[in-house]
Design a protein around this ligand. Structure first.
Ligand SMILES: [Zn+2]
Length: 384
C-alpha cells in the first residue's frame, strides 16, 4: 500500500534520533544505527550493521532491490559535534518552538537522516513507480575522521548516484572544499630564562613563521573556484613552552589549509613542504611536520551531470532557489563516495550557519520539504 507523507512521523523520528547521545568524540553511534536498522527493516529494507573502528561505533546500511535500474544511495551521518554550553534547552531533547525543531543534530545532520529515512520509506511503499536499487547509508564519524564513510567505501559497494545529507537550506550543492592540517614542530634550544641568550626561543621563531603563513594565505586567496570561493591557510593552534622560567625548546603550530576542487591534494602537500623548507632557511630554524591531523580531499560533480540537473529541476518545482548548484566551504563525505560513483550532490534541511553552535535548529517546513525532495530526486533518476 502507498503510504502518504505524515509530518508528525518525521518529527517523531527526529526526536528519537536527537535523544541518542552521539557526540563525537567518542561518537558511539551503534545504538542509533541499530534503531534505524530495526525501523527500516520493518519497512522492507534488508539491513547490515557495519562495525567501525572505535568503541560502540557502527554504520547502518539499508538496501531495497526493486528490479533493473540504477543504484541510488542516500547518505548522512549519525554523529554530532559535542553539545557544549550556552543552550536554552536540553540539547538531547527535541523542542518545538516558533515552527522550528531545536536540538543537537536537528540541523547537522539528524534532520537530513530523518528526512532521508522518511523519503526512503515512502519510496518503499510505491515500488511500482520505480525500478532499481535504493540504498541508505547512515555513517559514524563524519565530524572527525570520516572513518564511517571510509570503511563503507572500502567495501567497494556499487552505487551510481548519491545524495549526501548536510544542511544546505535544501539547496543543491555539487562541490565542497578539502582540508589538510599539518602539525609543524619548530625547534629551538632550551635555556634558563635568566639568560635567554643562551637558548633559542622556539615561540619567537614560531611567531615569525606565522607571519609568513599570513603572507602565503594572502596569495592563496587569489585562487578561487566558482562554487566554493577561495583557497585559504590559517593557524588554528600554537602550543609551546615548558615553564614560566624556561626558554622553550619547541613550539607546535597547527595549520589549516582549505583546498579547492581545482587543486590536487598531493600538490598542496608538496607546496606546503616547500614553503616550510624555505622558511627554515630564511628565518633560520629547524622544523618537522609531526603529522597531518586531518586530510580529506575536495570534490566536485560536473554541473551538467544528470543528477545535478534533475535535482535542480526538482528544487525549482518545489520553490527552492536553484538557478545553479552551490558549493560548501567545509568538507563532507561526498569526496569518499566519489571514489566509487561519479555523481553526487549534497542537500539537506537547515542552515550551516546554525550548525556546530548552541541552540541548533531546523525549520519544520524545511524538514518536511526535504522528505519530498529526496523522494522526487530519486524518482527522477530511476525514470531515465
Ligand atoms: Zn554534518
Amino acid at each position: 500500500m502507498t503510504e502518504a507523507f505524515e509530518a508528525g512521523r518525521v518529527g517523531a523520528l527526529l526526536e528519537r534520533l536527537v535523544a541518542f547521545r552521539t557526540e563525537n568524540p567518542p561518537g558511539r553511534e551503534f545504538e542509533a544505527a541499530r534503531f534505524l536498522g530495526d525501523l527500516l527493516g520493518r519497512r522492507g529494507f534488508s539491513i547490515e550493521l557495519q562495525e567501525v573502528d572505535g568503541d560502540g561505533r557502527a554504520n547502518v546500511v539499508a538496501r531495497l532491490e526493486n528490479g533493473a535500474g540504477p543504484a541510488f544511495a542516500f547518505c548522512s551521518h549519525l554523529d554530532v559535534v559535542p553539545a557544549g554550553s550556552g543552550w536554552s534547552t536540553d540539547p538531547f531533547r527535541l523542542v518545538e518552538k516558533d515552527r522550528r525543531y531545536y536540538g543537537r543534530g536537528a540541523c547537522d545532520a539528524k534532520g537530513a537522516v530523518a528526512a532521508m529515512v522518511e523519503g526512503m520509506s515512502l519510496l518503499a511503499s510505491r515500488r511500482g513507480d520505480w525500478s532499481g536499487t535504493l540504498i541508505g547509508v547512515f555513517v559514524a564519524d563524519e565530524e572527525v575522521l570520516a572513518t564511517g564513510a571510509r570503511s563503507y567505501v572500502a567495501r567497494s559497494p556499487k552505487i551510481d548516484y548519491v545524495v549526501i545529507g548536510e544542511p544546505t537550506d535544501n539547496q543543491v550543492a555539487s562541490a565542497h572544499k578539502g582540508c589538510l592540517r599539518p602539525v609543524v614542530r619548530i625547534h629551538g634550544k632550551e635555556a634558563h630564562s635568566g639568560e635567554p641568550e643562551r637558548g633559542i626561543n622556539a615561540i619567537t621563531l614560531s611567531s615569525r613563521f606565522v607571519g609568513r603563513v599570513a603572507d602565503l594565505d594572502a596569495d592563496l586567496r587569489k585562487r578561487s573556484h566558482a562554487l566554493v570561493g577561495n583557497a585559504a591557510l590559517t593557524v588554528t593552534r600554537m602550543n609551546g613552552g615548558l615553564a614560566d622560567n624556561v626558554v622553550p625548546a619547541h613550539c607546535d603550530v597547527v595549520l589549516d589549509r582549505r583546498v579547492l576542487p581545482s587543486e590536487r591534494m598531493e600538490d598542496v602537500r608538496r607546496d606546503l613542504q616547500a614553503f616550510l623548507a624555505k622558511a627554515e632557511v630564511e628565518i633560520g630554524f629547524d622544523a618537522d611536520v609531526l603529522e597531518y591531523r586531518s586530510e580529506a580531499g575536495p570534490s566536485e560533480t560536473p554541473e551538467n551531470s544528470p543528477l545535478v540537473q534533475k535535482a535542480l529541476a526538482v528544487c525549482r518545482a518545489n520553490d527552492v532557489a536553484a538557478d545553479r548548484p552551490r558549493g560548501l566551504t567545509g568538507g563532507c563525505d561526498l569526496v569518499h563516495f566519489r571514489e566509487i560513483c561519479s555523481d553526487g550532490i549534497i542537500l539537506g534541511p537547515g542552515s550551516l550557519l546554525v550548525a556546530h553552535k548552541p541552540n541548533e535548529f531546523v525549520p519544520i517546513s524545511e524538514l518536511n520539504l526535504a522528505c519530498r525532495l529526496y523522494q522526487e530526486i530519486a524518482l527522477a533518476m530511476y525514470r531515465r
